[in-house]
Ligand binder design. Structure first.
Ligand code: BG6
Length: 480
């Protein structure tokens, strides 16, 4: 189905809509990629006239979009697509207002983007269905986190599934929209070079790191209920793990790719009981300095409980129990208010079987998503001059430079266009989300049963000491 369609954004005045979705839609409009007649309707409880909504949207788009890409003329034409509907998505009665505004028909599709708190997903989906707004020409987009546990995720998926068929549901994980994440698939499946060594016989371990310098900003109320495990690890990091570990899909289409990803989630070795203490670390930032600024302790952040024991950092030693990966640790870590913003994957190779040189080190392949998009392979080379002294050197590909004539798309631009074009390859299927929770749930329960406060780490550091010990006890170290 690639019909003309409208997009209705629930949570239309929220951070996600204003900071990410509208700027991404503006860019797509600027490049003439949106369906010609598509309207974008912001929905929220605020009583705003359309003109005020457009002003609000313009302020945020101007702030988010690079100056060279923003022009008054393009904004004017984009703003003609914008509309606003004040309604309370928690009130069933308000959906009749929506029904009057929406013009879904066999010739006109509708995309509902739920940029709201997840506790509204179930009621919005069923109210759309009850009001006849969930027909075959509609799609629904939901944001992570989908639930806060396996049980709640099952309930959300069931409620959405009762109103929409699975092909109509797009579960967004914006990490899958990042260029380097997609490049990981190109690297693995378009180059014969890596496949023979991409397995336990040659890989010592894998590291997946998503470190941030920011704190919880103005999302304290949400974050204090979620923590790093639900906010980042259950989704973004596990998705990266899937792409690193999965087998080659038979085709590059939605079902083939997602069939392979879900097998990896199902192969994750459960971590429960006392293993939770051995294989996981929770941390929480205390006061410190990040990027030359003073940063407060987490529990002094706005809307955060002043005795909060929510983790702002998590590190896990995971294992994928299948033929390719048995015995290879996958170290995952993510945290806020750390020294540097970096998202990267490190494939650490085993050392050579018999070393001729005393200073030889094992190779590693670094796939960096942020801040720069880079793939680099560290190899050993002889230094010039007499003697056989070795040093690591890098075969380095800077993806932004390699493709410098092309504009770098924001993850949401790519993903929104995929929704419009009805391509769900880069979206999480129902069974993937559930399999991810299935693995995460026992860890969350283990943390409750063997309660320990999260390990403190100063803002601006590399995380709690215990996260380093997780690797050091096996003579390994995080790539810094
Ligand atoms: C979001 C999380 O999904 O991802 C945020 O809710 C986090 O807490 C953000 O800051 C990180 O995304 P990115 O693209 O900046 O790495």
């Amino acid at each position: 189905m690639n019909l003309p369609c409208d997009m209705l954004v629930f949570g239309g005045t929220g951070d996600l809509a204003l900071h990410k979705l509208l700027p991404a839609l503006y860019q797509l409009h600027r490049e003439a990629r949106l369906p010609r007649t598509m309207r974008i309707i912001g929905i929220s409880r605020k009583l705003l006239p359309r003109a005020r909504y457009i002003e609000l949207a313009e302020r945020h788009c101007r702030a988010q979009i690079e100056k060279k890409d923003f022009s008054d003329a393009v904004w004017l034409s984009f703003s003609e697509r914008l509309d606003y509907l004040p309604m309370d998505a928690a009130q069933a009665a308000d959906f009749s207002k929506l029904a009057e505004r929406v013009k879904c028909s066999p010739q006109q599709g509708c995309i509902y983007y739920l940029a709201t708190a997840p506790n509204l997903f179930e009621s919005i989906a069923s109210n759309l269905a009850v009001n006849g707004l969930a027909g075959p020409n509609t799609r629904i987009v939901i944001e992570k986190p989908i639930g806060h546990s396996l049980e709640s995720a099952l309930a959300i998926n069931a409620a959405i599934g009762a109103a929409f068929h699975e092909e109509q549901v797009f579960r967004i994980d914006h990490y899958l929209g990042k260029e380097t994440v997609q490049n990981l698939m190109a690297l693995r499946f378009a180059n014969a070079l890596f496949e023979p060594v991409w397995r336990a016989a040659h890989i010592d371990h894998v590291q997946i790191t998503v470190n941030e310098t920011i704190g919880v900003e103005n999302r304290g109320a949400y974050y204090d209920q979620a923590g790093a495990m639900r906010d980042m690890l259950q989704n973004h990091l596990l998705q990266l793990l899937c792409l690193v570990a999965m087998e080659a899909p038979v085709r590059f289409d939605a079902d083939s790719v997602r069939n392979e990803k879900v097998k990896i989630l199902q192969a994750l070795k459960p971590i429960s009981g006392l293993d939770v203490q051995d294989k996981t670390v929770r941390g929480q930032y205390t006061a410190g300095h990040v990027g030359g600024h003073n940063a407060p302790a987490y529990y002094f952040e706005k809307d955060v409980d002043n005795d909060s024991d929510t983790e702002t950092f998590v590190a896990i030693e995971a294992e994928v129990d299948n033929w390719r990966w048995a015995g290879v640790p996958f170290y995952l870590r993510t945290g806020k208010r750390l020294a540097k913003k970096t998202s990267e994957i490190v494939m650490q190779f085993k050392p050579v079987p018999h070393s001729l040189f005393s200073d030889s080190q094992a190779n590693h392949l670094l796939i960096r998503l942020q801040p720069e998009e880079r793939i680099s392979l560290e190899l050993m080379a002889k230094t010039p001059g007499k003697g056989m002294h070795l040093e690591p050197i890098e075969l380095d590909i800077n993806l932004a430079k390699a493709f410098q004539d092309s504009r770098r798309w924001e993850a949401y631009e790519r993903l929104l266009l995929d929704v419009i074009e009805n391509d769900s390859t880069l979206f999480m299927r129902r069974d993937e989300v559930e399999a991810a929770w299935q693995w995460v749930d026992p860890i969350l329960k283990g943390w409750q049963q063997h309660y320990q406060r999260p390990r403190p780490y100063p803002s601006g550091s590399t995380g709690p000491e215990q996260a380093h010990s997780l690797l050091e006890k096996h003579n390994r170290a995080w790539h810094e």
